[in-house]
Structure formats: C-alpha cells, structure tokens
Write a protein that binds this ligand. Structure first.
Ligand code: AFP
Length: 336
C-alpha cells in the first residue's frame, strides 16, 4: 500500500505529541503561516494577469518602492493572525513599527517577525521570491508592543522558516526537531512533507554573491571569493557561481546542495550589508545551524548578535560549515 503523504498538519501534530507540554498554539501558528503561504502562492501564479502588478507608489521604511504584491503579502500575514489568539505583536519588513493585535493579547504567547515578500525585484520578471518568518516567545517584561523588548538574539527563536515560491511552493522550517520541507500540492491545498531532517553538506561547490558590488567589498571578502574561484582540484575549486537575487532562493539552494552565500558589507553604500538581521538573516541562521551549517558576520556568530533596532542590517556569510569557517579565516586575516 503506498505510504500516505504526510501533511504539514499531521507532521506538526506528530511533533506536538513528542512534547506533552505543548499546548498546540505553536502548531496552530505554523498552520496559519501555511495558510498565508497558500494565498500568496495563488496570487503569484497569476501575477502577470492580475491587479497586483507594479508598485503602490509608497516608499517603505527601508526606503524602497513598495510593490503591490509586497503590500498584499503583508496584509495576508496580518489577516492570518488577527483574531487568531496566537500572536499579539507582528514585526514586518513592510511596517516601520510593531503592529499590536490587542484582540489576541490575553492568550497569545508568541511574537511573529516576517518579511512578507523577499526578492521583490524578481516579481516583474517571474523570478523566484519568498516569505521569511521568525517566531519568539512573547517578551515577559516591558511593553511587548514596543520595539525594545523584541530586540533579542536569533538564538532565542523558537521556530524560523521560509516559503519559497519557485517552480513549486515549498515551506521550510526549523524547530527543536530539526529542519523539514513541505511542498504545496495546490490540487488538494495541502503542504506535503518532502524532506525531513535536512542536513546541509559540510562543504559545497557553489558560491553565491552579487559580484557587481565587488568593487566596494572589504579586501578580505575579495580574497575569499577569489580563492573560491581559483583552480585547485584537490580542494574542489573553482566553485561554480550561482546568484538568483532572492535571499530565500539562494539560501534554499545552499541548504539543499551545500556551498556558501554571502552578502558582504559594501564600504561605499551599505556598511552593514543589505540583509536585515531580525526577519531575514536570523531565521536563515537558525535553519542553517539546525541543518549542521553556519551563519556568520565573517567575524562572529549571527545568532549571538544583540539587535539594537528592528530593521538593522548585517553582513552575512552563510551555508556549509566548512565553507563558512573558511570565509571567517579570511575575514580574521588567518588566510590571505
Ligand atoms: P528585494 O526584495 O528588494 O528584491 O531585495 C532582495 C534582497 O533583500 C535579498 O532577497 C537578496 O539576496 C538581495 O536583496 C539582493 O540584493 P542585490 O540586488 O544587491 O544583489
């Protein structure tokens, strides 16, 4: 008899049984993220035809033009959690301040941080995009609706994950169990388990970085990337270059195939890099580490950073443990 596909809900409930203290709220939260992902995935499938093409005319807190899909995806996440009783504060790339959901505050135990659409530049060219999410326990002290109590290191995340809207829609998340991936079967509207206990190869053969910015990289990053491009079959070099321009897509390839993704500081325009710590790099850092990989600024562990603002950026080297460790050695000056 063919094995029954394992739905997201069935997998979550099986994990919940492993933790008798679980109340089911975290499980329900993941199911709601799955709902938001299904709604966004449906809109993306027909984007070229629909009203969600183009821009809203607004500029977000990042100083970026807001695409209609950015706004739609943000609202989709907000609606998925309003009146859910699951989270009382939402923090989004598209919202300058935390959004407080007073109707949930009595029972909600969690805070949700998210980037509703990562890779917006790919939208109008039918490229891969994603959503990224990070879940913390609600702060126990201070005004949990203010930014400050929500500025906690990535090591305190309870669950972190992303949805990749590619040829297929895939939901990937890391919890205490490990890293698992679910593929959306749109025909039945269910996410089905595709990969369980994902492990990232210790060393890869792909590097992923936007070389167009190389003129402004710190010299040690330039030396690391040049090393990866050098010819030495004994160390598996040269690495191949791959760059999709959406963090979720470039990270997912790195998670599944191994290798290293970098978004370095750009000494000219972006001294802290481009990627946001709280709702982009921290979630991927937790996933990378739970899969056996590493996530570093080049000189320190991403998940140890104590944030100072909601939308702060951070340089990142993330992926296979050996490849990231090599990058750190270049950044520390051990190698040149
Ligand atoms: P957009 O959402 O504005 O397309 O930015 C995507 C992103 O934040 C991240 O997903 C990519 O890794 C990175 O920017 C690409 O940046 P570059 O275009 O500078 O390579």
């Amino acid at each position: 008899m063919p094995t029954q596909p394992i739905t997201l809900t069935r997998h979550i409930l099986s994990q919940q049984r492993v933790h008798p203290e679980a109340t089911g709220e975290l499980s329900a939260l993941l199911v709601q993220i799955g709902l938001a992902a299904k709604v966004i995935s449906r809109e993306l499938a027909l984007l070229g035809l629909g009203a969600l093409k183009g821009q809203t005319g607004d500029i977000n807190v990042q100083g970026e033009a807001v695409k209609r899909l950015d706004a739609f995806a943000n609202e989709t996440f907000v609606h998925a959690f309003g009146h859910s009783g699951l989270v009382c504060t939402l923090i989004s790339e598209e919202m300058e301040k935390p959004l407080h959901l007073p109707e949930n505050c009595g029972r909600a135990k969690y805070t949700l941080l998210f980037d509703p659409i990562d890779g917006s530049s790919n939208i109008d060219v039918n490229g891969a995009v994603g959503s990224i999410f990070s879940i913390y326990r609600r702060p126990t002290s201070g005004d949990h609706t203010a930014p400050e109590p929500n500025l906690r290191p990535g090591s305190e995340q309870v669950i972190a994950g992303y949805v990749l809207y590619g040829p297929g829609t895939m939901l990937v998340y890391a919890d205490s169990h490990g890293v698992q991936a679910f593929t959306l079967d749109a025909g039945i509207g269910e996410f089905l388990l595709a990969y369980d206990q994902i492990r990232i190869p210790a060393k890869g053969a792909i590097y992923s970085v936007n070389e167009g910015h190389s003129g402004a990289w710190p010299p040690e990053i330039r030396r690391f990337v040049d090393y990866l491009k050098g010819r030495d079959p004994a160390t598996g070099r040269p690495y191949s270059g791959r760059y999709i321009g959406a963090f979720v897509a470039d990270f997912h390839r790195t998670l599944m195939s191994g290798g290293v993704f970098l978004y370095p500081a750009d000494t000219a325009k972006r001294p802290s890099g481009r990627l946001r710590l709280l709702y982009e790099v921290n979630p991927m850092g937790l996933i990378a580490e739970r899969a056996g990989g590493k996530a570093s600024t080049g000189t320190g562990r991403i998940l140890d950073i104590m944030p100072t603002s909601l939308h702060q950026r951070v340089p990142v080297i993330i992926g296979s443990a050996d490849d990231v460790a090599l990058g750190e050695r270049f950044c520390r000056g051990d190698l040149s």
